[in-house]
Structures are given as C-alpha cells and as structure tokens.
Design a protein around this ligand. Sequence first.
Ligand code: SF4
Ligand code: SF4
Length: 446
Amino acid sequence: MQMTRLQELMKECGVVGAGGAGFPSYAKLSDKADTVILNCAECEPLFRLHRQLMSEYAEEILTMLDTVRSAVGAKRAVVAIKSVYTEAIEKIDEHISSFEKVEVAHLPEVYPAGDEIILIYEATGRVVKPGQLPISEGVIVYNVETMLNTYFAMTENTPVCYKFVTVAGEVKEPGTYRVPIGVPLKALVELAGGENSQDCEYLSGGAMMGALAKKNDIVTKTTNAVLVLPKNHSVIMKKKTSTKINIYRAMSACCQCRMCTDMCTRNLLGHPIEPHAFMRAAAKGMTSDLTAMLNAAYCSQCRVCEMYACQQGLSPASLIGVFRNKLRENGVVPEKEPKFTDVNEYRKYRTIPMERLISRLGVSEYDVEAPIKEIPKDFAKKCKTLKIMLRQHIGQPAKPIVKKGDEVEKYQKLASCEGLGAEIHTPCKGVVKDIKESYIVVEVKE
Ligand code: SF4
Ligand code: SF4
C-alpha cells in the first residue's frame, strides 16, 4: 500500500493513537522513518489490554505493522514487548516467520517502559533529544490497538467507533470490554458487575498517570482503563490534593534529597529536567533559577518522582504539570535545542520493578486477571443515548456535519476536521438528539 493511500485511510476512518493523547495516526507516517515500533510495553499497573489484544489478534496486528513499515519504506519493524507477557509472545512467535522484516525486542518488567521515548531507547538504543519527536531519530511508534483499528479500516473500511477498556479495582468482575465510544464510565463499571461499595471514586487511566473521573464521564477513542478505588485510597487522596496544599508541603518538607531527580525517567536519559531543582525554585518563589522552572517542559508526567521516589510524599509531578500547562497557555515555547547529557551510567539500576510499584501504590489486591469479555448485544440500546465528543484527539476539534433531528446509520460520519485532527463517526444507527460545542448526542435505535 502507498503511504498516501494509508494516510487517507487513517484520516477517513478517524484513527488516532488509542493509548495516549490521541495523536492523529496519519500525521505520524513519514518516509524519514527507518524503524516502526509496535508499543506493546503497557506498563500502567493493572492494565491488561495490549497483551490481551496481542494474544487475540497477533496475525492482524503484525500484518498491519508490516504494511505500515512497507508503506513508509522503513527497513524494519520492531514489536517491543515485555518478556513477561509470555502468552502474547507465544502468539507472536506463531506468526512472525511470515514477516521477514519484523523482529521482537524483549523489554524488562519495569515502569514506565511504555513511555514512547523510553521505549525507543529500550528497543533500539536511540535517545530522542529533549523536546523532539521520535521521527527525529528515524522512528515511528504505534500502539497495539491503533494498529488493530488501522487493520479494520484497511480490510473492512470500518471507522474507529469502539474502544477496548479494562475495568479494574473495586468491581465484582474485572475485565476488558469492547464498548461503543460515547457511553458513560458508569455503564462500563456496571458491565464489570458494579462497584463493591458505595464509597468509590473512578480514575480514567491507571494509578500512575490516570486522572480523577466522574461517573458520567464518557468513553473516547483514548480511554484505556477505568480504575475504581475506595474514596480514601492513597492514590485517590494524592490526586485530589490541591496545588495550594502541594506548594505548602513542598515549602515545609522538601529536604532537597534529590531522590526525585535521581529516579526521574527522563533525567536518566540525559534530558534536562530536575524535579528537585523545580521544587526548590517553586517552593521559594525564586526567579533566580528560571532554567529549573522552564525545564518543566521536558517532563513526561510519568509521575515516578511523585508516586514512587519522594519519601516525603511530596508532589513534584503535579506541580510541574500545573506549571507546564501555564507555560503553554502563555505561549512560552521550550528551547528548541536544550543542553542534554549522556544516558546516566546507573540508569539500569534505577528502573522500577512493576511488582514493587504495584505494592507501593497499594493496589496489589486488584492485580488479578481481567480477561476480554463479551458485552450484551443490546448494551448500546440500554444506554439509550451516546454522547460523542468532538475532541478525542490532539489538534482541532471536529466540526459537526450533521444537524439535530438527522437520522444516522451505523458508522456514518458525524463530524470532520480540516487541519490536524480526526473524523468522528457514530457506532450505532440512531437520531441526532443534540449538538453542542464539544459533543453530539445520538439516540440509539439499533
Ligand atoms: S524526593 Fe521529595 S524531598 Fe527529595 S528533593 Fe525531591 S521532592 Fe524534595
Ligand atoms: S513526572 Fe517526575 S519522574 Fe517523570 S519525567 Fe516528570 S519530573 Fe521526571
């Protein structure tokens, strides 16, 4: 397949990165790539999705990966997968001989192996420079579900309308469910047997990088997991702490031990982010160390400094995240070519074993099987309406191309993007009930 045809297909079917921020997949394709990496490192505690999809759809995903490799003219494709995902590796091994230019890189069971920049280093030894995209090192990375979605787009012309989501934590039947986009998180939790107690909170995403979510929040193309935890769980309490309290705590308790910087996953790669220096500058309101503040732009928000490294229970990642967003809002652009150093020679001794992380987070009791499960055929109809968000991706929000009262067929396009962005379709036949600035409501008919 030609690269332009693949770009059209990805764009027309609304394919975006199904794991992270939802970068439009067509915009990643580039003939400057010599390597395409499949990210199967899935490192958020309790996540199961990628290894499960690899076990179920190895042939389809490898076919698509090799098609992408060939379309961009890359020399090789690499399946980057943790060596502990043995069942998925067995399935890959059954098919890999059919793909001459696809190889497997075995990764250690550490956090955050799935971070794109860490993954590239682990799989190829290349370091993407601070603030640069993977393509600057000749690499494109796609996640497992993104490749599966592209496969369905290529073979069936099916747009992205469904999402696999793992539901874990305080639910009766943890599992992974393929649901239509636009359903509320609480409907997903009900699929998993409901909450074990009334006093629970939801996280959209994992214990490390996930965000507090409301029960009526909506499944989008990037929802990977819903984690249900007791209201007083330390992870929930930590994420609920206000910026004001975080600053007060930093002022009173940061002892400048440097542990956050010594374990910072980007600092270990040589990037110029130093959370201890940021904490010192932020806590003292200093303007003398602007570099420490501005280098917040190079943080990946992996939260190792906050959820694992700091023995005082402080929150460098949260404060850095707030500051970084303010920099962006105010149009402060990070330095294009900041100074960076070699990879830290002790890096391999400072990675975080998943078992230790799961224990430290206090989620060991939820570390159970969460197999892919069928959903009832009338699930969408029971939800009655789907609230389909117009921005499920990086770039411009999509603009509605339907109007209130329109009858729409399954997979019909509802909204479109002219610039960088993604097309939005409906998973179900129905009637457009409402159109607002940020979403379209479809009443489900079938
Ligand atoms: S690890 Fe905690 S106490 Fe130590 S420098 Fe970092 S924020 Fe301060
Ligand atoms: S969240 Fe913390 S550990 Fe992760 S990159 Fe940012 S500063 Fe470093």
